[in-house]
Structures are given as structure tokens and as C-alpha cells.
Design a protein around this ligand. Sequence first.
Ligand code: FES
Length: 162
Amino acid sequence: MATIHFIPENKTVSVAGGTNLLEAARKADVLIDAPCDGTGTCGKCRVKIPAAHRQNFKEAPHDWLTQTERAEGWVLACQSTVHGDLQVEPEQGADDELKILSEGQAVAVELNPWITKTFDAANAQTSVQAGSIAGHRAGRHYAGAVRRGGGHRHDHARGGAD
Ligand code: FES
């Protein structure tokens, strides 16, 4: 068994030797940012382990950390297994960035589509305009698809096959 102490949460958990460090953190109810859910493809589950404890874990090879970061004690929790007592400090941010919004947030988005489709309700007519060279090409396909009664508008607009 190994004892893992997480700071600054001040939570401790006992796990069997060979336990994945991300799983140990979850068992201790410590939140570590892990968007890829431990598959080793995001590099976000960074934790810091003091030099005195570094012989107590093993880390699978990966390219997410620089030599300097490794020298500072950073490891990826999901790529590490526990083999002795550890003190672990998750990278700040996972808890700090999560919040429940009580109001909507307005985000200004500039609309500049390659293709604009307009429906004139008064005359019951649809027109399609292209906004760039690439869009023009796509628009020609799109317009052609619309004229043909197009069930394949999406494929034509992307330049795909019929
Ligand atoms: S959780 Fe994504 S790399 Fe560890």
C-alpha cells in the first residue's frame, strides 16, 4: 500500500502499489484537469511531485513535458503509477476555472459565410450568393444542387462527391 497526500487540498488516500496516479486522485476526490480522461493525449493532468518522493512512482514515456518541467518535478498523473508514499500537488487551474454561470454571456461573432442563401418570402424565391473564390466555387455547386432540387447540398458545398 502507498499513501498519497494531495496538497493544497490536504486530502490523503491509500492505494495499492501500481495504482494509476490519476485514479488515485479521483479516489481521493481531488480534481485534476484530464480532458482526455487519462488516455495520455491531452497533456493536461500535470502534477508536481517533490524530489524526495520521485523514486516512489514510475511514469510511462511521453512528450508532453520539457526537460525543464521534468526537472521541476512535473509529471502526468495519468501516465504515472504509484510505488510508494507520495506528496502530489496538482497544477492549479482545474478547480479555479470551473464555475457555474448564472447569466448568459454574449459573444460577438462576425458572420462571414462563403455562401449566403436568402429566401424572399414576398416572391417565394430563394437565391444563393458566394462570398469568396473558394466560396464561389462551392456556391456554384451549392446553387446547382439547389436548382436540381438538391438533397445533396451539404456534399456539394464541401466539394464532395454526389
Ligand atoms: S488526462 Fe490527458 S494526458 Fe493525462
